[in-house]
Design a protein around this ligand. Structure first.
Ligand SMILES: Nc1ncnc2c1ncn2[C@@H]1O[C@H](COP(=O)(O)OP(=O)(O)OP(=O)(O)O)[C@@H](O)[C@H]1O
Ligand SMILES: [Mg+2]
Length: 472
């Protein structure tokens, strides 16, 4: 009878035979590194037999955790299943994966003339992005990380529901509700405290909707200068006002045509604009500044807020009619302190990305550290959790485990929890930045140019940070 060990020996023997007289010199050995990223194997039913580590991480699966799970429960593009069923290869297709264009190849696996499954591989298409990446020095994996984080495609969503980690009943219910709502064409309002994942959810809704092939245009309402809001949103004809561009400009709503417009922090929308906004949302048509022609626009509105809009209505700062328009389907994200059970999974799954960003080597988090994280109040929610993990990864260096002693002090005392405010969060961020800079300077022997490269910021950016953090 053959044992699992025999099976392994057979595989190794096959690889050896396959290599023939070619030695596993680095260029050959490198071939096997793809096992780490961008490779999925399925049988003809779509049951997964292999998934690379990076994908496992992104789904929050442990090593080997995809074994036997159904491909269609994890991936939206079902091309690989098609190949596993038809045996017809799909070579070199360009596909959008989390907002970035990738070259995807899917090959049938045939044994003894029988189709037994399919193999899917991803190759990077955004070569220019990789070339310019500040993290180019690292491994292939690092590049993937940097492409995803540093080169977001314009007007494209970058995250899907698979990126929203957590299994608590409250988050699961929100995700399910959001999925159902995504399939309709209703206006949606996402509410939740700062850092709960509203933006992540907005991206995912777009990707899950029938508009996923169209643009996803994010408008950060508070960041638009007051007197430019109207032209930014609705566009203008040439010569509409002094300083206007010769060619005129298309507004965000027009750019979102066929897709989704995401009005982030809609509470910051000036009252003077709200009437026009209401009309555009109701009528789905607009008149750019300086134009007398109305244009029909096909968009879906997703808005987000972390303040109580109803309160603003009562204070006369937000129009009631607009409020009812945008809140037709409300979706709320609960604060992290109300879904403590998500903390271990979130922390473990976010760790690999944070390690990569900070060139850390932490592999695990001690039970005591997890316990302390689980009783903390997290006023800054997941964003704060990421900051705390970043700080802890740096504190733990060169250890491979985050222990309770590596956590920021306020997590250890339990007392400070009640007084944690925005100021304290800013303090944590500044602290983490200081540590990261010190670490990078130490690694590069004080060479600021190299340290800036390591940190993924420009040299000027580093000097600015040094000044702001009073480190010069
Ligand atoms: N469930 C989650 N799983 C993984 N990452 C998450 C999750 N929720 C939030 N994040 C991460 O936390 C950070 C904050 O999330 P996001 O920007 O979506 O929050 P937000 O609600 O829009 O916050 P704000 O109101 O301050 O703008 C991001 O880095 C995001 O990727
Ligand atoms: Mg946000």
């Amino acid at each position: 009878m053959s044992t699992p060990d025999d099976a392994w020996l057979n595989v190794l023997k096959k690889i050896r035979e396959g290599l023939g007289n070619y030695d596993p010199v680095p260029v050959v050995a490198e071939l096997f590194r793809f096992l780490d990223e961008g490779l999925v194997l399925v049988d003809t039913e779509g049951r997964m037999a292999f998934m690379d580590r990076l994908s496992e991480n992104s789904f929050g699966l442990p090593p080997g955790g995809a074994k036997g799970l159904m491909f269609q429960d994890f991936f939206r593009d079902l091309g690989l299943l098609e190949v596993a069923k038809t045996g017809i290869p799909q070579v070199g297709r360009v596909q959008e994966i989390r907002g970035a264009k990738r070259l995807v190849t899917r090959l049938p696996i045939i044994k003894d003339r029988q189709l037994i499954g399919a193999l899917g591989t991803i190759v990077f298409h955004d070569l220019e992005g990789i070339e310019n990446s500040p993290l180019r020095i690292g491994s292939h994996r690092l590049r993937m990380f940097s492409v995803k984080n540093n080169f977001p495609a314009q007007n494209a969503a970058q995250y899907t529901f698979a990126d929203i980690l957590g299994k608590s009943p409250s988050l699961t219910e929100t995700k399910e509700r959001a999925m159902r709502a995504a399939l309709t064409d209703c206006n949606l309002l996402i509410t939740g405290e700062s850092g709960t994942g509203k933006e992540l959810l907005a991206h995912s809704i777009h990707q899950f909707s029938k508009r996923s092939g169209g643009p996803f245009v994010r408008v950060n309402c508070p960041s638009i200068p007051f007197d430019l809001v109207e032209s930014e949103l609705f566009g203008y004809e040439r010569g509409a006002f002094t300083g206007a561009r010769e060619t005129g400009q298309r507004g965000k709503f027009e750019l979102a045509s066929g897709g989704t417009i995401f009005l982030d922090e809609i509470s910051a929308m000036p009252l003077t604009i709200q009437a026009k906004l209401l009309r555009v949302i109701q009528e789905k048509e607009l008149e750019p500044l300086g134009s007398s022609v109305t244009r029909r626009i096909d968009f879906r509105l997703v808005a987000a807020t972390n303040v109580d809009l109803l309160q603003l209505v009562q204070e006369g700062k937000f129009r009631a009619d607009l409020y009812y328009r945008v809140t037709s389907v409300p979706i709320s994200l609960s604060p992290l302190r109300e879904r403590h059970e998500d903390i271990p999974l979130l922390a473990q799954s976010l760790l690999p990305g944070i390690n990569q960003k900070l060139c850390g080597a932490v592999r695990s988090i001690s039970a005591e550290a997890i316990r302390l994280m689980s009783i903390y109040r997290w006023p800054g929610n997941v964003r704060e959790l990421i900051n705390v993990l970043e700080q802890s990864v740096l504190n733990a260096h060169p250890k491979q485990e985050i222990g309770a002693e590596h956590l920021p002090a306020f997590l250890k005392t339990g007392k400070a929890n009640d007084v944690m405010g925005e100021k304290a969060i800013r303090g944590i961020v500044a602290d983490a930045e200081r540590k990261a800079i010190n670490y990078a300077l130490e690694k590069t022997g004080g060479n600021k140019k190299k340290a800036a490269e390591l940190l993924g910021v420009s040299r000027v950016g580093l000097y600015e940070k040094l000044r702001r953090l009073r480190m010069t």
